[in-house]
Design a binder for this molecule. Structure first.
Ligand code: SF4
Length: 166
């Protein structure tokens, strides 16, 4: 598998299968975070993703859920994410949902219709560390977006991509 960093997931995602659609962090400038400082951000090719998906049964058995690796696997392009879901359902039919860490700006380039399409193929409930709703704090920690931008994207995500599975 093309894992370029350590496995990175919340404790309650321990039974998932893991898959890398991006490596590193697309932002990598938060003042408090050194997690991906030594890693350059890169989007995986669909060839890499397909090769890894074919290996999932060997390493993870028959997972119901896939947790995307890296800081923000949702930074992958919409077409790549949709193709990823198609390949997952083809090679790992046990998969029902796909999640992972994400940043607010991962969703700037994804329309509501696209998010609904993503939900229909299993994407749900991205984990987003917004950190604060205070613009002074967001600027001070160099989070890379304002509270208004966060709110706009979160409302879009809640309406189109969240499934309340927890
Ligand atoms: S977006 Fe997340 S992983 Fe990236 S620098 Fe900020 S806190 Fe770290």
């Amino acid at each position: 598998m093309h894992f370029s960093g350590g496995i990175n997931r919340p404790p309650y995602e321990k039974t998932d299968g893991y898959l890398q659609t991006t490596e590193g962090c697309s932002h990598n400038h938060c003042l408090f975070c050194t997690y991906f400082k030594k890693q350059k951000f890169r989007k995986s090719t669909i060839e890499e993703i397909e090769a890894d998906i074919k290996e999932i049964p060997q390493y993870f058995g028959t997972p119901k859920r896939i947790f995307l690796q890296g800081a923000d696997g949702f930074a992958a392009d919409y077409d790549v994410l949709m193709k990823t879901a198609e390949l997952l359902h083809k090679y790992v039919p046990s998969v029902e949902t796909i999640s992972g860490y994400a940043r607010i700006d991962n969703f700037y380039d994804k329309t509501e219709e696209q998010l609904r399409n993503m939900a229909s193929v299993g994407f749900s409930d991205p984990y987003i560390g917004v950190e604060s709703g205070d613009d002074v704090v967001l600027k001070r920690i160099n989070k890379g977006y304002t509270s208004a931008q966060a709110r706009e994207q979160l409302e879009k995500i809640n309406a189109c991509l969240s499934s309340s599975i927890f």
